[in-house]
Design a protein around this ligand. Structure first.
Ligand code: ZN
Length: 849
């Protein structure tokens, strides 16, 4: 734990004086007393400013240190050590002792089920040995591991091994955050891949023996990703071996360590019986994401942690393209837009708002956010839209050519686009610097055969940024005539001023506009459409995203009216629209499933807050549930046949076509349950041969208060499987009806299988409650107190996971004064906990200002 919380500023960046030529590490592994011997060849950079020699180090016991073989006595500080060194190249040697078995924070070298593993991003390497732990210091690593465990892995290529030891060498210079080591009793699911330049690569997915039957899908996904990156970006893999290891205790999804990716087991292990289609798609995306980092992150890394979006935004964009290619670009675009609207816009609207490239931080772990990742990816997508596909790939080729082997910046990145395309991106750069979601107010006019769109942009102020400048926003627009024919195909207009008018000439009649097609920019469009326009677009828009969006905003307004009127009959026009969608044979089941999904309870609360009203979560829950009942009754005549039509007779495959059918089928099952008293859901639960259908049926039964017996059956069937048990915990809380959610979470937190130090299990109980809006936001504050109790308990054990989960309180401004006060009281209680970690302290203090 850090002794002093210090704010780091982007503007204080100073190039390192001491560069690392090469590093040789020896690990003598032992749970409570691992010895780490480091031999580091340093050289001064004559171009960098003079700086005292300083190495980062935390929780290390220094045994001895030498410079060029001569013992030295460094000064140990809170952050590391300083030492007098000669102003010429020299060799630093140090031996330290660490205790991986006692490392519950899961950062640095730690143990998970008897296996050693590491997590060094962002600043974990300093818990392994003294080192200049900053991404712009890159060195060539050689590693020797000594342990009796059978499998000993590190980065790069294997060099030699014998009984009780193994040696690895990574020829690619890398920053310390990409270092990795694994030692354990593991088995491999192996395969191979030949790259486009003829390199034979051994592929291994390392797991514990009982998990071998969950490896095939991940391996196939890896090979798909390797092929795709060659074909679309021209980038091939660059080592003889690519290892992936599955670990049960892990703070995040996965980590792109060079040649040795380490994965949360939930982000890689899957099979038909234990994993849902959503799991399969997520796993495929994460495997691709970490693999793609080999070029965007590892070969080209970040100069400093302020540039995190340089690797994360770009790599998320690349994994989104890959998923779109496999599962359909339209469906994927809708899913990504939902993440932006439901999560990123919320972050932007609350106390935690920050730019895609932040200007300061206390704990960088707190900035692995949906803004840096997903909004960062949106900025890459906008650049691509602005310069076109050819310009985009020319810019990327520039980026790979110029910056390979370097630690780069957003400035470097944008310069590649400008040099490749001649475009001036100085205004576009504001997207990286300015927090908040721009709001576009659109009005239109038709006169003398000319249609004009007037667009005004405004970005609300955010913490530390009271005044906002206009952004460079690509807005994709299409115009339809009243028969639904497209008279102006998708056109990109570029908004750069606060207010701007765009005209379309030579039209016979007033067209129907389709604005922000494909969600061309991460903005909110504010427009009061004339009566019937959204219903028209829901039927006729040629842009699949806007067609879905028209239905979505119609649904939202229908539900908001019901909430305001305290119930009442469901709008007939909306029901007719949905009926048409369900009967439209040109729509894929995946698209139909997205279109019949009602806006979430959180969506509705956000919409009310945006309209200046104060949402009541329990009331929203009640009204939305009643809307579902009415929908089921109104569509009763078509539901059974439609659901039967989604039956799959082919053998199970986790592909897009089958997943789409199962998604639609389960959505229909949820509606049918209003009509058949749970008969069909019970039957599906009893006969399902895959987790997608089993857990969906269980969830539906639980929502209808009929799931208790099924939950017990499920437990008996799956109690031996940690990943499935996470689902068992989570779904009982997610599906719990408002009043019971806190009680159920409390009961499950006492369950013998609630291993709260495991981050996945903690999230499946405590995180699941924060995701049940009506349960978490009980007016008596019981949900807030329960979550705060657990966060206070977890903080000394695992600050990083605690700090991430504190952000569940970031909706506080949305609620009434009673709830807000209760939330603030719990945050203050967390803040005042003695010995609170720096990670959590930073989050709480941002939330409380
Ligand atoms: Zn990443």
């Amino acid at each position: 734990m850090k002794d002093t919380a210090q704010t780091v500023h982007l503007s204080d960046y100073m190039a390192p004086r001491w560069l690392v030529e090469s590093v040789a590490l020896t690990f003598r592994l032992s749970p409570d007393a691992t010895r780490v011997l480091a031999r580091i060849a340093f050289r001064p950079d004559p171009d960098a400013p003079q700086q005292p020699f300083m190495l980062h180090g935390e929780d290390l016991e220094l045994i001895d240190a030498r410079i060029d073989g001569v013992a030295v006595s460094p000064t140990i500080t809170a952050q590391g050590l300083t030492c007098d060194v000669p102003d010429r190249p020299f060799v630093w040697e140090a031996e330290v002792e660490i205790a991986p078995a006692q490392n519950t924070a899961l950062e640095g070298l730690y143990m998970s089920n008897g296996m050693y593993c590491t997590q060094c991003e962002a600043e974990g390497f300093r818990k392994i040995t003294y080192y200049p732990d900053r991404p712009d210091v890159m060195g060539v690593f050689s590693v020797r591991i000594e342990s009796d465990l059978p499998v000993l892995l590190s980065n790069g290529n294997p060099v030699a091994q014998g009984a009780g030891w193994a040696e690895w060498h990574d020829p690619w210079p890398k920053p310390a955050y990409l270092f990795a080591l694994v030692a354990g009793d593991l088995v491999a699911h192996s395969d191979s891949f030949t790259t486009m330049d003829g390199r034979d690569v051994a592929l291994n997915l390392w797991v514990r023996a009982p998990d071998l039957d969950k490896c095939a899908f991940g391996m196939a996904a890896l090979k798909r990703a390797m092929t795709w990156d060659e074909q679309v970006y021209g980038r091939a893999y660059d080592l003889d071996v690519f290892n992936i290891v599955a670990v049960d205790d892990f703070n995040m999804g996965a980590m792109e360590n060079k040649g040795l990716n380490i994965f949360n087991s939930s982000a890689v292990l899957a099979n038909q019986a234990t994993s849902t289609d959503t799991d399969f798609q997520r796993i495929e995306a994460i495997i691709a994401h970490e693999y793609f980092h080999n070029w965007t992150g590892n070969r080209i890394t970040c100069r400093d942690w302020f540039q995190l979006c340089l690797k994360e935004g770009l790599t998320v964009f690349r994994d989104q393209q890959f998923t779109g290619y496999l599962h359909g670009h339209a469906v994927k675009r809708i899913e990504d837009a939902l993440v932006m609207r439901n999560r990123q816009f919320q972050e932007d609207a609350g106390p935690l708002a920050h730019p895609v490239r932040p200007e300061s931080f206390v704990e960088i772990n707190n900035f692995y956010t949906v803004t840096v990742y997903e909004k960062g990816a949106e900025l890459v997508g906008m650049l691509k839209r602005l310069v076109g596909d050819v310009g985009y790939h020319a810019a990327l080729d520039h980026y790979f050519d110029r910056h390979d082997g370097q630690a780069a910046t957003i400035e470097d990145w944008l310069t590649c686009f400008t040099d490749a395309t001649g475009r001036d991106l100085s205004q576009f750069k504001r997207w990286y610097e300015q927090a908040g979601t721009p709001r576009l107010t659109v009005s239109d006019d038709f006169k003398n055969a000319t249609y004009s769109l007037v667009i005004r942009q405004e970005t609300p102020s955010t913490p530390g940024q009271p005044d906002k400048r206009p952004l460079h926003i690509p807005v994709a627009v299409g115009l339809l005539d009243h028969s639904g024919a497209e008279i102006v195909p998708t056109t990109l207009v570029e908004l750069t001023e606060a207010t701007q008018t765009f005209t379309f000439n030579g039209l016979d009649a007033r067209p129907v506009p389709s604005i922000l097609r494909g969600f061309s920019a991460p903005v909110i469009v504010d427009r009061t459409p004339p009566d019937g326009e959204r219903a028209f677009l829901l039927t006729h828009d040629t842009d699949p995203f806007n067609r879905w969006d028209a239905g979505r905003s119609l649904a939202r307004d229908v539900l908001l009216d019901l909430i305001r009127a305290d119930g009442g009959p469901l709008d007939a026009g909306y029901v007719d629209g949905l009926r048409a969608v369900l009967l439209d044979r040109d729509l894929s089941p995946a698209m139909q499933a997205l279109m019949v999904a009602l806006p979430s309870e959180a969506d509705l609360a956000i919409a009310l807050a945006e309209a200046g009203e104060t949402p009541d979560p329990q009331h929203i829950h009640r009204v939305r549930r009643d809307a579902l009942r009415q929908l089921a009754q109104a569509l009763a005549d078509i539901l059974p046949d439609l659901q039967a039509a989604q039956r799959i007779d082919a053998p199970f495959a986790p592909d897009a076509a089958q997943a789409g059918k199962r998604a639609l089928s389960n959505a229909l099952l949820g509606l049918l349950t209003w009509l058949d008293d749970g008969t069909a859901a019970k039957a599906q639960f009893d006969t399902a041969d895959n987790m997608t259908q089993q857990i969906a049926a269980l969830g539906i039964l639980l929502t209808f208060g009929q799931g208790e017996a099924a939950a017990e059956v499920f437990y008996d069937q799956w109690h031996h499987d940690r990943l499935v048990m996470n689902k068992w915990f989570a779904i009982q809380i997610a599906a719990a009806d408002r009043a019971q959610a806190v009680e159920i979470a409390t009961r499950l937190a006492r369950h013998a299988d609630f291993d709260w130090k495991n981050p996945n299990r903690f999230r499946s109980v405590i995180g699941a409650l924060t995701g049940n809006q009506a349960g978490f936001h009980r007016p008596n504050g019981a949900g807030y107190a329960f979550v705060a109790d657990w966060l206070i308990r977890l903080d000394p054990v695992n600050p990083q996971t605690t700090a991430r989960m504190v952000s569940a309180f970031d909706s506080l401004q949305r609620w009434d004064s009673v709830r807000q006060a209760a939330m603030r009281a719990q945050l203050a209680r967390i803040r005042d906990t003695p010995g609170l970690s720096g990670d959590t302290a930073e989050m709480v203090s941002r939330l409380l200002t």
